[in-house]
Write a protein that binds this ligand. Structure first.
Ligand SMILES: [Zn+2]
Length: 270
């Protein structure tokens, strides 16, 4: 007789639902991080307040998405407009968390990926705004990821996965360092090079090929968008496009579709 109350699939839906709710709240916190970290402000003090009238935001006005809709995107006190990006980041983070629960599955390391992906979302938004990837966020989200990967490996004994991670971390770092060095920092900033080992470690956990595909996806989307922007904004005009969001997107997509990538690659070896 089994004592399972729910089937695996039902558990997955349960955790995905919970991840969606927590993901919204984490998204709300990311909005604070995205605004405050590049401005060298504390992320803890003071509490959330309206940037226009400085009035503290009460708990009932701080519910992700819902408060924005109930307030019709305006501050309750001074009626100044609240950026539409706030609910977008909240929703985007929740979608990433729900998709990750379904695509990565229910493992200890999944928690590490959820936190790391949230870090990448904050970094992408900051890179978009300021063309910088703050060290603090890179290291905090990277160390969280590596800790959960390590914990998972200790539980399961899959030490080869940790070695694959380390090899891909080094390879991605060296590869982006060479591009950065050879282009005199024009092709990408050193922030991208600093982020690279963590991206490599994340993808390498699923094997060398997933890591390689993630890199290809990043460079492919990056060049495609780069060319599209150059065409739209009149060719010849030199526009600086942040590369961080593309590195992040390629990494997340490669990890989400890791089983399919591995299966596809194995098809060539048979
Ligand atoms: Zn206000």
């Amino acid at each position: 007789m089994t004592i399972d109350i729910l089937t695996h699939q039902q558990w997955q839906f349960f955790w995905a639902f919970l991840a969606g709710l927590i993901g919204l709240c984490v998204g709300s916190f990311l909005n604070v991080v995205i605004w405050r970290v590049p401005n060298n402000m504390s992320i803890l003090k003071p509490g959330s307040h309206c940037p226009s009238c400085k009035k503290p935001i009460t708990n009932r006005d701080n519910i992700p998405i819902l408060s924005y809709m109930l307030l019709a995107g305006k501050c309750r006190n001074c009626s100044s407009k609240i950026s539409f990006r706030y609910p977008c980041i909240e929703l985007f983070n929740a979608v990433i968390w729900v998709a990750s629960v379904f695509l990565i599955g229910l493992h200890v390391y999944t928690i590490g990926f959820l936190l790391f992906f949230s870090g990448l979302l904050a970094l992408s938004a900051i890179d978009f705004d300021t063309k910088l990837l703050p060290k603090k966020i890179v290291y905090v989200s990277g160390i969280l990821l590596v800790s959960f990967l390590g914990l998972s490996v200790l539980i399961t004994g899959d030490f080869h996965r940790f070695i694959d991670s380390a090899v891909c971390a080094l390879a991605y770092f060296v590869f982006l360092f060479i591009i950065w060095f050879a282009s005199n920092g024009k092709a990408m900033g050193f922030g991208d090079v600093r982020l690279a080992p963590f991206l490599g470690a994340a993808m390498g956990f699923f094997g060398y090929m997933v890591s390689y595909m993630g890199m290809l996806i990043s460079f492919f989307i990056g060049s495609f968008v780069g060319i599209a922007i150059a065409v739209i904004t009149q060719k010849g005009r030199k526009m600086k496009i942040p590369f961080g969001p593309f590195l992040a997107a390629g990494t997340v997509l490669a990890i989400w579709f890791a089983p399919w990538i591995s299966e596809w690659v194995q098809g060539f070896n048979v």
